[in-house]
Every structure is written in C-alpha cells, then in structure tokens.
Design a protein around this ligand. Structure first.
Ligand code: 0O2
Length: 220
C-alpha cells in the first residue's frame, strides 16, 4: 500500500481506514475460499475444506510486533513489514487437501503469493505443522485498487487441534514451557502426522469402494 499517512496520536480515522483495508482483504479471500469449497463440493461430492476461521490483529498487537521487529511505526512501513495483520486459517480433513487448496489459490487471477512456507514438509522444532502463504490480495476501493498482504494458514483438523493446544500452553507458561511438556507435545505432533496418514489412506480406500459400487448395475 502507498501514500498512507503517518500514525499520529488521535489519528483514528487513518487507522480505521488502514484496518478496513485488511478487513476487506479478508472478505475477498474468504469469499474466494468459500467459492472453491462450494464448487468442489458440487463437482466431486466431497469437501476438501472443513472449517475456515479469520482474524484481524488488534492495533495494539500490530504495534507490539512493530516494536519487537524494530521497524518504523508509520502505516506504510507497517503494511510492508507486518504481513499477518489479516489472517485466515483453513482446516482440511486430509493432507492432500491442503496442497489442493493451496494450488487452487496460487492459480487464481489477481492473487499474488509472495511467501510460501511448508511446515508440513519441514515441521518447526516444536512439532508445528502447517502450510503458510502470504498472499497479496487486491482490494477495490472507491477510487483505486490497493494490494494488501493476508496470511493464509492451511492445515488438517488434527494439526489445528495440536497448534491450538500448544499455543495455549505456550501462553500459559509465558513461553517457558517445561521440557517434559515440550517433548510430549513434539511426540504428539508425530502421532498426529501418522494419524493423518492413516485417515487419508482409509478415506482413499473408501472412495475407491464407492467408485466400484457406483459402477455396479442398479439392484432392486
Ligand atoms: P499469532 O498470535 O498466532 O498471530 P511472522 O510472525 O509471521 O512474521 P514467522 O515466524 O516467520 O514470523 O512466521 P511463521 O513461521 O510463518 O509463523 C507465523 C504464525 O504461525 C504464528 O503467528 C502462529 O500463528 C503460527 N505458528 C508458527 N509457529 C508456531 C508454533 O510452533 N506453534 C503454534 N501453535 N503456532 C505457530 P504469531 O504472530 O507467532 O502468533
């Protein structure tokens, strides 16, 4: 985004306009994801998306992150350096769905994937698994188009369950999680990886059976 005024005390109008762009970008990407879900369901009689959640970072949390990063507090700089002000999380049933959704978004006209981090291929030391993309999303304002960063996190329901519990534990211990718990979380993340694989295998078997069943001549 360009030509944004500096964030001054009491400059709430600029801040509101600034935050609105992220809210609009979230609407834009959420709609695209919803359309993918609807179209996929009607074409394949199956939904690769289980759940979608979105959030906007609060101005306080944006400023905290800006401060931690040591970057300038003006809105132009914030919009360039803090790329997860708008975040959307997509939960899928199976790992292959994660890549399917990511691939469909990457191909969409107008969306520009500027960062792609695959923490499923290379999990974080904590055990965290998820696919992250930073996407530049066009927002059509009354007089111009601005492009706004949105962070998209895509993972399985099981990975999401793990991440949410780990996040709670991390905050509960103010980042100083006892080693025993960290080890246990790490082991659980590995269990989840195996569980995801097993579930996907069963699902594939079931779909193969359904195809055979559907191909059979009708019975009375
Ligand atoms: P919150 O409160 O969820 O927003 P970045 O902060 O994005 O600039 P980084 O580390 O390069 O820096 O980004 P990365 O690795 O893509 O991670 C961004 C987000 O992924 C985090 O946002 C978390 O939401 C999630 N995440 C990353 N690692 C972990 C992890 O080990 N456990 C859990 N539960 N979540 C993780 P924030 O800003 O840290 O937090």
């Amino acid at each position: 985004m360009r030509d944004l005024p500096a964030l001054g005390a009491g400059d709430t109008q600029s801040l509101t306009r600034f935050m609105n762009r992220y809210a609009c970008a979230l609407k834009e990407i959420a709609t695209r994801i919803e359309i993918l879900k609807l179209d996929f369901e009607s074409t394949h009689e199956y939904s690769p998306i289980e759940h979608v959640a979105q959030r906007l970072k609060s101005p306080e949390s944006i400023l905290r992150k800006t401060h931690e990063r040591g970057c300038s507090h003006d809105l132009n700089s914030i919009s360039e350096h803090i790329r997860d002000i708008a975040g959307i999380r997509v939960s899928c049933s199976f790992v292959s769905d994660i890549y399917r959704i990511a691939g469909m978004l990457m191909q969409q006209e107008g969306l520009d994937v500027v960062e792609y981090k695959d923490y499923i291929e290379e999990p974080k030391p904590s055990g965290y698994r998820s696919l992250h993309m930073i996407i530049k999303v066009p927002v059509h304002l009354s007089d111009r188009v601005v492009r706004v960063y949105v962070e998209v996190q895509i993972r399985t329901i099981a990975m999401d369950f793990w991440a949410s519990l780990e996040h709670k534990i991390y905050y509960k211990y103010h980042g100083e999680v006892p080693q025993r718990l960290m080890n246990e979380l790490h082991d659980t993340a590995t269990d989840i990886e195996q569980l995801d694989r097993k579930m996907e295998r069963i699902h594939k078997e079931m779909r193969a059976l359904k195809i055979v069943d559907d191909a059979r001549p009708g019975q009375y």
